[in-house]
Design a protein around this ligand. Structure first.
Ligand code: DGY
Length: 327
């Protein structure tokens, strides 16, 4: 169906998001929005999507056959305001002729920056240090207190050398990293620019002083960071995850941190989210956990909102979607 002035297409936005996206959509569509910072319930979502032509969603909404069928045959396009799309059933979308847009590139530097922040916070033990200052256990300057591994001369292993993995490696270069090694489905030609070596997974794991998960959550990567893998890592290694909690077997990670299989972990993503406050991981000094904020810069979030709207508008008009994911 062509967009016409008389019947503007209907778009539902599942949350409060930065202005740019909604403003763009409102110029051409009838927009309704879940006006809250908290997620819409599944029940409410299933009812709100009925009859929409476009859906603006977040990673908190599961886009599956049930949801698509609740929306009905008018639905032409789903735009997720995220680069990850493990919450979207691409096959179910394709079967119904629903296009899917996502937001790569615009958040790459923000995520890389936070990955580096988390790596430094974890390796240099900032959580313990801040706590000591606040709770009075600082005492005095001590030669061997709160030491951790530095990046200078280290080997950094990256699992998933895509846009984000590459950006993280580039950010880390000036810290004096001696060697970048990575694992991926195939060699990534761009990685040669920084001299990163494409190696079998086991070799990346065994040689890394810092192991960074920068991969997408897929059936291949689900739970791949398990005890078997942690055992192959150096006991002194630091593990960082800014991809999805689902790539980690969290119970195994806990055991690996307690038993000293690895030295420390920094996570921006967990299973579930939010992580319950009684999670044993939160008791550990050698585990730093952040609340999924890697893309949380003003610029990135605003650009994500705008790109999501552009993806939806293009999908509604039957034009090429600026950033489309296909099954
Ligand atoms: C994404 O975009 O997939 C992140 O997890 C949130 O920015």
């Amino acid at each position: 169906r062509k967009m016409s002035k008389s019947t503007p297409p209907k778009v539902f936005i599942t949350r409060r998001v930065p202005d740019r996206g909604p403003a763009l959509l409102k110029s051409e569509c009838t927009v309704t929005q879940w006006d809250s910072d908290e997620p819409i319930s599944r029940e409410e979502l299933l009812s709100k999507v009925q009859g929409v032509d476009g859906l603006f969603c977040l990673l908190t909404e599961k886009i599956d056959a049930e949801l698509l069928d609740a929306a009905g045959p008018n639905l032409k396009v789903v735009g997720t305001m995220s680069v990850g799309y493990d919450h979207v059933d691409l096959v179910a979308c394709a079967e119904r002729g629903v296009k899917v847009g996502f937001t790569p590139n615009v958040l790459t530097s923000a995520v890389a920056e936070l990955t580096v922040s988390l790596l430094l916070a974890t390796s240099r033990r900032l959580k313990e240090g801040i706590r000591a200052v606040e709770n009075g256990s600082w005492g005095t300057w001590k030669p061997m207190w709160l030491c951790g591994p530095g990046l200078d001369g280290s080997t950094v292993g990256i699992i998933g050398m895509g846009r984000i993995g590459m950006a993280v490696a580039r950010c880390l270069q000036p810290f004096g990293v001696a060697r970048f090694v990575y694992s991926d489905f195939d060699e990534q030609p761009k990685a040669r620019d920084i001299g990163a070596e494409f190696l079998p997974l086991d070799e990346v794991i065994a040689s890394a002083d810092f192991l960074l998960a920068c991969c997408a959550l897929t059936s291949e990567t689900k739970g791949m960071f398990n005890m078997d893998l942690f055992k192959k890592m150096k006991n002194t290694a630091v593990f960082i995850n800014t991809s999805r909690g689902g790539v980690v077997q969290q119970d195994d990670l806990y055991k690996a941190l307690v038993s000293g299989e690895i030295a420390a972990a920094g996570l921006d993503v967990t299973t579930p989210e939010p992580l319950p406050t009684n999670s044993p991981l939160l008791k550990l000094d050698n585990c730093v956990i952040l609340p999924h904020i890697a893309s949380a810069t003003h610029k990135a979030r605003s650009a994500m909102s705008e790109l999501t709207a552009k993806n939806i508008l293009a999908g509604l008009k039957g034009q090429t979607i600026p950033s489309e994911i296909t099954a």
